[in-house]
Ligand binder design. Structure first.
Ligand SMILES: Cc1cc2nc3c(=O)[nH]c(=O)nc-3n(C[C@H](O)[C@H](O)[C@H](O)COP(=O)(O)OP(=O)(O)OC[C@H]3O[C@@H](n4cnc5c(N)ncnc54)[C@H](O)[C@@H]3O)c2cc1C
Length: 471
């Protein structure tokens, strides 16, 4: 087997799909005996939507989910105001999905599992990774079923309590914020319009209250969140109802399908890889809830790692830790700052800046407007048959892509000339940049060559850019 993935959460599933579509022999195991059923990470950031488009699941995510709801604020049961986490942005030629999208984590996972099954790979439930050893050729894995299995690589996508991370002896530095405990749950309630989110508090203390966020495609469930005192660990319907009654909400909880106590953790693994064993997702970094970054960062770890495992070159495998650990550290900083705003009682603590969208994640090591390591932007272009397509259509799939602006592209798979309107058509594959968006987004002049990595970041660019042409 090529790759054994321990853990079938969003991170493990994303990686398994990416590897399976590249034709690798992959196994994905999970110690749970049944699939997790709760909303947990229910905010999908724009960059994750782009990854999901490439993996062939976006249409289902869009069909089952919804946009961020407007939040109606009630104080002592009386309507006070409406607010939003972020103002909705219009799509632009280079950013097709500018807004976060809401879908419960268990629904996202089900969509990913179905996609994985299309490649003939099934999650093996009730199968715990117990221990492993590695040598220069591979990893020998011991499973709770008694099976001993051999793989070229092992990926620990096994969550915050990662067995893989512990077995590697990798430090998980950071803090568990014991000053905050959250009561979370998926609830059916009477008396609320499911089109909206709600913030229910008292006029005396408007910053402490109950949040209810509508979960799409669940028959009307809301994700419930409220602070919980240090000595309280009961997550029953009665406790949730007491929280609502305490803010005079006039809302009845009818059913609780999932509930838990959550303490925010901010931790980052010291290493993301030792030899042939890698860490991804919560196994490598855990986040406070603010900003909805945990699930999204895990999906993107997987997307960064998949093509590198398939390639297997030492430099690329090394670059996984360099690139993703730096991103995880930055994301932790963003969500920690947002968490602090909550703790400080800031009035705008619910607002989310553009840095939570993860579109500005970059692996760049040099300066310039668009340099290697930056996200490859989208642009509408015209195909040879006069058909309207997007650059993202050319990138979709497990391959890298070469764009040659204003000149013929080499005769190789996934290489395209990007021509200006009226420019004579060279031999080889080409698209026409009818409105000039591609030249603009890529800061290109005639002769600029750009290689896009399989994970949608700029791999290489020739020196030619608009700046280099300026006197
Ligand atoms: C209560 C709670 C609420 C959250 N709310 C939000 C939120 O609102 N927004 C947000 O963005 N994020 C939220 N998160 C974080 C988000 O859920 C995680 O970031 C996300 O699940 C990480 O995905 P993952 O695949 O890396 O790990 P996980 O989803 O934790 O998956 C790990 C999997 O590994 C399995 N496993 C563990 N050990 C082994 C082993 N030894 N062998 C085999 N399998 C194993 C587990 O059973 C599990 O299925 C929340 C998390 C929790 C716990």
């Amino acid at each position: 087997m090529d790759v054994m993935i321990a853990g079938a959460g969003p991170t493990g599933l994303t990686l398994a799909i990416d590897l399976a579509r590249r034709g690798l022999d992959v196994r994905i195991i999970d110690k749970a005996t049944e699939f997790f059923a709760g909303s947990r990470g229910d905010g999908l950031q724009p960059r994750t939507l782009e990854v999901f488009e490439d993996l062939g699941v976006l249409h289902q995510v869009l069909a089952q989910g919804r946009s961020l709801p407007t939040i109606r604020v009630y104080l002592d049961g009386k309507f006070a105001t409406e607010r939003r986490m972020a103002e909705p942005l219009q799509p632009t030629p280079d950013i097709p999905y500018p807004n976060a999208w809401v879908l419960g984590q268990s629904q996202t996972e089900a969509i990913l599992r179905n996609r994985l099954e299309e490649f003939g790979v099934h999650v093996e439930l009730g199968t715990e990774l117990v221990s492993f050893t590695q040598d220069s050729d591979g990893v020998t894995v011991h499973l709770s079923t008694g099976e001993i299995s051999r793989a070229s690589y092992l990926v620990g996508a096994d969550g915050g309590h990662s067995t893989v991370r512990r077995a590697l002896g990798i430090a998980f530095e950071g803090v568990t914020d014991s000053s905050i405990r959250m009561l979370l749950g998926d609830v059916a309630v009477d008396g609320l319009d499911h089109e909206y989110g709600y913030w229910l508090a008292t006029a005396d203390d408007p910053m402490t209250g109950v949040g209810l966020s509508p979960l799409p495609n669940t028959g009307g469930l809301f994700q419930f969140n409220a602070p919980l005192s240090e000595w309280d660990s009961d997550t029953s319907l009665d406790t949730l109802q007491r929280k609502l009654d305490a803010v005079h909400a006039n809302v009845q909880v009818v059913n609780v399908t999932w509930s838990t106590v959550w303490r925010p953790n901010v931790r980052l693994a010291e290493r993301f890889r030792i030899g042939r064993v890698f860490l991804a997702g919560d196994a490598a970094h855990v986040h406070p809830p603010t900003g909805g970054q945990g699930l999204n960062t895990g999906v993107q770890d997987a997307y960064n790692l998949g093509w590198k495992l398939a390639d297997g070159s030492p430099e690329l495998l090394d670059s996984y830790e360099t690139e993703r650990r730096a991103v995880a550290a930055k994301v932790l900083e963003i969500s920690t700052k947002l968490m602090q705003r909550y703790k400080d009682g800031a009035e705008d603590a619910h607002e989310r800046g553009v840095n939570t969208r993860q579109l500005d994640v970059s692996y760049r090591t040099s300066e310039g407007r668009l340099v290697p390591g930056d996200r490859a932007p989208d642009a509408p272009v015209m195909g040879p048959e006069g058909n309207a397509i997007r650059l993202f259509d050319l990138y979709r799939g497990p391959h890298g892509t070469r764009l040659v602006f204003g000149a013929a592209a080499p005769d190789e798979p996934h290489a395209y000339a990007v021509l200006r309107p009226g420019q004579s058509v060279p031999s080889g594959a080409y698209v026409v940049d009818v409105e000039g968006h591609a030249f603009a987004a890529y800061d290109a002049v005639d002769g600029t060559t750009i290689v896009i990595r399989p994970d949608g970041y700029i791999g290489e660019r020739s020196l030619a850019s608009r700046d280099s042409m300026r006197p």
